[in-house]
Design a protein around this ligand. Structure first.
Ligand code: TXA
Ligand code: MG
Length: 320
């Protein structure tokens, strides 16, 4: 069935029909679902066959744990063994939203989801279609970002189709098209199983907002990131990424590189952090599609959402 929102790529995998996605999840199939951060490649978290296919389709090593998406904070006790008071406060104030909390897992969480760890990452996504899918399926949905392992995360259904279209099965899987992800960078991950809680990945909700709810400071992750499998290459396009501290510096470097015969694109969002987060991954994919060999990115200010964008850009620049 042609879907007018599909532009030039009609494809049996893509749908706006949540009921079809619910049927897929319940039958053990995969659903690439829109969230406010990025698209996730979801499956029933308690179905080992579905979880195994997530790893296979993504090409991800099985030791890297998956976030379990839940319909509401009330489901916390189903998935976590212990839920401290401060976690309930964070859930109440920040969910639905781009916050993932690591908690001691309950017996319901299979080893396949956590890679055998004793913690599970939980989050309630702030996207109406994802919430509808979660509520109507009655399942926890395990989902990593819906890109091939090591590529930039998808922020549109088309990105998912480009990366995974040939690996998904139209007979049992769907890509649920919920438009462009409004936040555009992945969730902030906080390990709430340690004291004080520790930030493992800066993301869509600023750390200061979380600290304001807690009334105390979070610990920064010491040394190499403790979130499993967070490699620099995860955020890298094919083009080489170079960082610049100002628009002027970016223009000067672009002139030099262009004179040397390179196809250069400057990414400069000024002080607009919301636009930067929302646009970054689509712009990196677009640069690759246009044959750009070098992206020169102007670093946004290190405040609020700027931390997450700087983190992703720094990783993209380090990946070579
Ligand atoms: O915004 C997001 O978080 C998106 C959307 C789809 O929800 N998901 C996402 O998932 O970014 P993923 O798998 O691409 O990144 C989650 C990161 C991975 O590096 C994973 O290994 C780590 O979090 N992680 C998940 N559960 C963990 C746990 N129990 N212990 C340590 N690291 C964990
Ligand atoms: Mg990812």
């Amino acid at each position: 069935m042609a879907d007018p929102r599909q532009g030039t790529v009609p494809d049996g995998l893509v749908t706006v029909d949540v009921a079809r996605a619910v049927a897929s999840i319940v039958a053990g199939g995969l659903v690439a679902m829109p969230t406010e951060t990025v698209y996730g490649l979801g499956g029933d978290a308690t179905n080992d066959g579905a979880v195994a296919r997530i790893f296979a389709v993504k090409g991800r090593p099985t030791g890297h744990p998956l976030i379990v998406h839940i319909a509401a904070a009330e489901a916390l006790d189903d998935w976590a063994a212990e839920v401290p008071r401060f976690v309930r406060d964070l859930a109440e104030n920040c969910w639905p939203g781009p916050l993932t909390m690591l908690l001691r897992r309950s017996a319901r969480v299979p080893d396949s989801v956590t890679g055998g760890r004793d913690t599970v990452g939980l989050r309630v996504p702030a996207h109406p279609m994802a919430l509808d899918l979660l509520a109507r399926s009655g399942r926890g949905i395990a989902a990593p970002s819906a890109n091939r392992f090591g590529r930039v995360s998808p922020t549109t259904a088309q990105h998912v189709l480009d990366d995974l279209g040939s690996l998904l099965d139209p007979a049992r899987d769907v890509i649920l098209d919920g438009g462009a992800s409004p936040v555009g960078v992945e969730s902030t991950i906080v390990d709430c199983s340690v004291s004080p809680p520790q930030v493992l990945r800066p993301g869509g909700i600023p750390i200061a907002d979380i600290e304001a709810v807690l009334g105390s400071s979070l610990a920064a992750a010491a040394g190499p990131s403790r979130a499993a499998g967070m490699l620099a290459s995860h955020y890298a396009p094919r083009a080489t990424v170079e960082l610049a501290e100002s628009s002027d510096a970016a223009r000067r470097r672009a002139a030099v590189r262009t004179a040397a015969g390179e196809q250069v694109r400057i990414l400069d969002y000024g002080d607009d952090l919301v636009l930067a987060a929302r646009s970054l991954y689509a712009d990196l994919r677009d640069a690759d599609g246009a044959g750009t060999t070098r992206v020169i990115a102007v670093m946004p200010p290190a405040v609020g959402l700027g931390h997450a964008i700087r983190d992703r850009l720094t990783k993209a620049a380090a990946a070579r």
